[in-house]
Design a protein. Sequence first.
Length: 153
Amino acid sequence: MTPHAVPERDPTPYAERVVLTAGRAIRNAYDTRLKRLELNMTEGALLATLRRFGPLTQRELAELLYIGRAAAGQFVDRLEARGLVQRDTDPDDRRVWIVSATRQGKALSVEAFDIYFKTAADLTHGLTDAQRDRLIKLLLTVQANAEEIASEP
């Protein structure tokens, strides 16, 4: 190959490439369906999580949404600016914020919850329960391997 030659594209579907592109496609699917509510995937998940569990700390939201605490704070900021959630100080620890849905947020969370879980079901359409369970197990193994690599010194 000459220094300026373009290498042939490797058609091999490497697992990490498929996982990454599937992740982007999944996010786009959620964003597309939630767009009519003027929400993105994470905002919809946040409202759905508050609907399911009730008021939570920002730390608990971050853990349940698999995002960092700073990112959780940014999503809460955006939803708070729209009047969909509110923060109240924890009576036991004034350094902690409790996030809850407002009346408007609760109304929107009904639709977000339905859209979120319908999309989740649609994403595995065509898979048997056994195939879906196997996929989850395989992806959890890949996730654990990635987390182990990321924790290397």
